[in-house]
Design a protein around this ligand. Structure first.
Ligand code: 5GP
Ligand code: ZN
Length: 113
């Protein structure tokens, strides 16, 4: 989508600090980190939110989680990490390109707020 911030980041049209990239997935440092390690992991293909996952595109979610496992090893997140997807306004989704927050390197607490 031409007016989507995360499509532009995935395409390199807006700069970001790359953490991981493959054919389907791009991960970059969050501009406002909520933990000492905070990556945003996205499929390169535009999907607006978790509400838009279908049988045709769900393989991209699998690719995202394959990437998460690789990033965890790459970044030595062996103490643990949390993957968060915000879907919709009440959950705090502000960018309407599906993304997964990967948070680590602090006590993340449970349950989340
Ligand atoms: P949401 O609130 O939609 O779940 O998450 C969007 C995330 O994207 C936020 O954590 C926010 O800090 C991050 N973000 C928004 N704009 C930019 C940007 O231009 N660059 C980077 N690296 N992160 C961004
Ligand atoms: Zn997009």
């Amino acid at each position: 989508m031409s007016d989507c911030l995360f499509c532009k980041i995935a395409a390199g049209e807006i700069p970001s600090t790359k953490i991981y990239e493959d054919e389907y997935v791009y991960a970059f440092a969050d501009i406002a980190p909520q933990a000492p390690f905070h990556a945003v992991v996205i499929p390169k293909q535009h999907i607006a939110s978790a509400d838009e996952i279908t049988a045709d595109n769900s393989f991209l979610v699998a690719r995202v989680f394959e990437a998460v496992a690789k990033i965890a090893k790459q970044e030595n997140l062996s103490d643990g990490y949390r993957v968060v997807n915000n879907c919709g306004e009440a959950a705090g989704q502000t960018v309407h390109h599906i993304h997964f927050h990967l948070l680590a390197r602090r006590d993340l607490g449970w349950p989340p707020g």
